[in-house]
Design a protein around this ligand. Structure first.
Ligand SMILES: Nc1ncnc2c1ncn2[C@@H]1O[C@H](COP(=O)(O)OP(=O)(O)OP(=O)(O)O)[C@@H](O)[C@H]1O
Ligand SMILES: [Mg+2]
Length: 382
């Protein structure tokens, strides 16, 4: 039997502190509740606690994002409360890394449900809203790896959540080269030996990128080591990853085979990538028809235009008219900065974060995480 969790409440309102304490004291699955009106003092306590800890942080008085971030660094089981429960506020709370938002006054049943969930020994902090995002195009050399690598890196940077970057372009994968990694384990080895292990061991089979919250699973260094993988193994890998990572970014080959279709079917989002030229757009059209025939939900496939230039003869509206779909994001053409990053084996933001493409990837990551959170809020409100 594991230790019962502690609860630390940071709330400047004495009434709500007392009410929360009286509710929590009735919950026999909580070890102890500590109350703080002084937030900095509360933060010091959180830092010193070695036990499993759940924090209830009230932000009705408009606490700074910086403070919330500091709390988030030390706890994953964070509940934010506020008297303002507008959609904007909920989005903000979830974006700042809160796992739950409770409107004030907090209802006893809601509090019980959330604390019980956190106290459950099988609770996994990252599973509930985990998303598999595949970067795909049925054309080669279009920028899938550039996008997967840099989106994953920026998502980890912007959200501070655990992000996995998985190279499923088996035999021809470039992820390890783009980030200058020498992985100990490769995808097929991990699929066969680590899926099903406990979370800590499973996580160790990934290579952490520098000190960030980005974890990489590359393809084998030597082509002859690449073992065949089955669609069923892909399903099991995704399932295991969803317990550990908030975002799972998949770099794919341009093949349309059994494995690619399995990856696409199992993805929550597909970033279908094209560039501004007629053959690429024709290809995109064919591929979007294929997706339609597989009955993917409307908002599962998002179109990304890569290597965009303002003076392109073909305009974004033309592409949208041809494809009958809105463009979700466009990434500027910047060959020099990208090649500089690839040659140095680092992400674009590490060679030039203020370049047009450096900014673009940061904003792209923010949009992706905001849209996913907004979707969660809509479900929250239902
Ligand atoms: N936004 C961009 N601006 C300028 N050049 C780019 C851009 N995106 C990609 N490139 C160039 O295109 C090349 C191919 O990109 P990348 O390897 O990401 O394509 P891919 O779709 O993954 O290819 P493959 O199908 O072979 O896996 C890069 O090496 C880079 O030179
Ligand atoms: Mg590639």
């Amino acid at each position: 039997m594991q230790n019962k969790p502690m609860v630390v409440v940071l709330d400047s309102n004495p009434n709500s502190r007392e009410i929360l304490a009286s509710y929590i004291n009735e919950m026999d699955f909580i070890q102890e509740v500590k109350l703080y009106s002084d937030y900095n003092q509360g933060l010091e306590e959180i830092k010193s606690l070695k036990d499993d800890v759940i924090v209830i942080l009230d932000i009705s008085q408009g606490n700074s994002d910086e403070f919330i971030e500091k709390v988030r660094l030390h706890v994953s089981k964070l509940i934010i409360t506020s008297t303002d429960y507008s959609t904007n506020m909920i989005v903000k709370a979830l974006r700042m890394g809160a796992k739950e938002f409770l409107p004030k006054p907090v209802l006893k049943n809601d509090l019980f449900r959330v604390l019980k969930m956190f106290a459950d020994e099988n609770y996994s902090s990252e599973d509930s809203n985990s998303k598999v995002i595949s970067v795909y195009s049925n054309k080669g050399g279009i920028g899938k790896t550039v996008i997967a690598v840099n989106l994953a890196k920026e998502l980890a940077q912007v959200t501070k959540s655990k992000v996995a970057l998985v190279d499923l372009n088996l035999q021809l994968g470039d992820v390890a080269t783009f980030l200058n990694l020498n992985p100990i384990f490769d995808v097929s080895y991990v699929m066969k030996n680590f899926v099903g292990k406990n979370e800590d061991e499973f996580l160790k089979s990934f290579e952490q990128y520098k000190d960030s919250s980005l974890y990489v699973l590359s393809d084998p260094t030597y082509i002859e080591q690449a073992e065949r993988i089955s669609p069923q193994e892909i399903v099991s890998l995704f399932k295991a990853m969803k317990k550990v990572f908030t975002y799972i970014i998949v770099d794919m080959s341009s093949a349309i085979d059994e494995n690619s279709l399995k990856i696409l079917d199992c993805s929550d989002l597909i970033f279908f990538t094209t560039i501004v030229n007629i053959p690429a757009i024709r290809n995109a059209q064919r591929c979007l028809n294929l997706f339609k025939s597989r009955h993917y939900p409307n908002d599962k496939v998002k179109i990304i235009v890569n290597r965009y230039m303002d003076n392109d003869e073909i305009k974004i509206e033309d592409i949208e008219n041809t494809l009958g779909e809105k463009i979700y994001w466009k990434i500027p053409n910047n060959y020099f900065t990208i090649m500089d990053a690839i040659n140095k084996g680092v992400s674009i933001s590490e060679v030039n974060s203020s370049s047009n493409i450096g900014n673009n990837f940061r904003e792209f990551a923010m949009k992706v995480s905001d849209d996913i959170i907004e979707q969660a809020v809509i479900q929250y409100r239902m």
